[in-house]
Design a protein around this ligand. Structure first.
Ligand code: NAD
Length: 259
């Protein structure tokens, strides 16, 4: 299916690895020119070079911490008015909520709520003026089914979800859509970190922790960044113009509810 977005421009945040990279690659496969960000210059440049070589699109790499005001400015400098914005950043640490300090909360809010809101604020008017825009926020299945040790994530991402629910409808008639993608368990560095914590907590090996987690998933496996990216590309396509303010759970069937 032709997604109808060849030649468009996208800013994909936190895209040197994992789900962000999956989104960047899937958009590049549709002919979208990219600005990608991550903190580590070498890894990011290597990802940019891979994507250029594979898909022949323009890829600008901006090494920055996307959760800071300097990061917002740097990310938007090469392309201040992209057609597509994919918001993403690393997830907050797990832990007992009694141990989370005020600074921990501010860091989580900056990364997983306030940065996406700021980038939406800075890019949406250009999209409205052009009559086309696609904004996708990578959040988490924890928005729908909270994970007790991820209180920082549950809270910050739910704040973003509430904000998006309002704004997405407000701009719905302008050709700009805003939606959230909610990953369940995907095989990335992030899941590796949570499995290490699980193995430690349950006093089992990493392999055992991985096997237990996989067994708990109806799909019987972790998702791939490629699968996630393809879903993102569809949401960014011309065909998804009537999908407004949705929370699309991609979790291999892990969420047990009917709705
Ligand atoms: P990952 O650790 O594999 O990749 C994260 C990417 O973000 C890397 O490219 C890293 O360099 C970049 N990054 C992290 N912090 C950054 C910052 N401050 N500024 C710029 N770049 C930054 O993670 P992932 O699995 O791809 O997860 C992406 C998001 O989805 C995270 O917020 C994560 O918590 C969330 N999530 C992931 C899963 C999963 O199963 N993988 C499940 C639920 C939610």
């Amino acid at each position: 299916m032709d997604m109808g977005i060849a030649g468009r421009t996208a800013l994909v945040c936190a895209a040197s690895k994992g789900l962000g990279r999956g989104c960047a690659e899937a958009l590049a496969a549709e002919g979208v020119n990219l600005v990608i960000t991550a903190r580590t210059k070498e890894t990011l440049e290597a990802t940019a070079a891979d994507i250029r070589a594979k898909f022949g699109v323009d890829v600008t790499a901006v090494a920055c911490d996307i959760t800071t005001p300097e990061g917002h400015a740097a990310a938007l400098a090469p392309c201040p008015s992209p057609d597509i914005l994919v918001n993403n950043a690393g997830g907050p640490p797990s832990g007992d909520f009694r141990q989370f300090s005020h600074d921990d909360w501010i860091r989580a809010l900056d990364a997983n709520m306030l940065t996406p809101i700021e980038l939406i604020k800075r890019t949406i008017d250009g999209m409205i003026d052009r009559g086309f825009g696609r904004i996708v926020n990578i959040t988490s299945s924890s928005v729908k089914a909270p994970i007790d040790v991820l209180g920082l994530s549950n809270g910050a991402r739910s704040g973003l979800t509430g904000f998006v629910a309002g704004v997405a409808r407000r701009v719905a008639s302008t050709g700009v859509t805003i939606n959230n993608l909610l990953p369940g368990a995907f095989d990335t560095d992030r899941i590796a970190v949570t499995l290490v914590a699980q193995a430690k907590a349950e006093n089992i090996t990493l392999e055992e922790a991985r096997a237990r987690r996989v067994k708990s998933l109806p799909a019987g496996r972790f998702g791939t960044a490629d699968e996630f990216g393809r879903a993102c590309a569809f949401l960014c396509s011309v065909h998804a113009g009537y999908v407004i303010g949705q929370n699309w759970l991609i979790d291999g069937g892990a969420y047990p509810g009917t709705y």
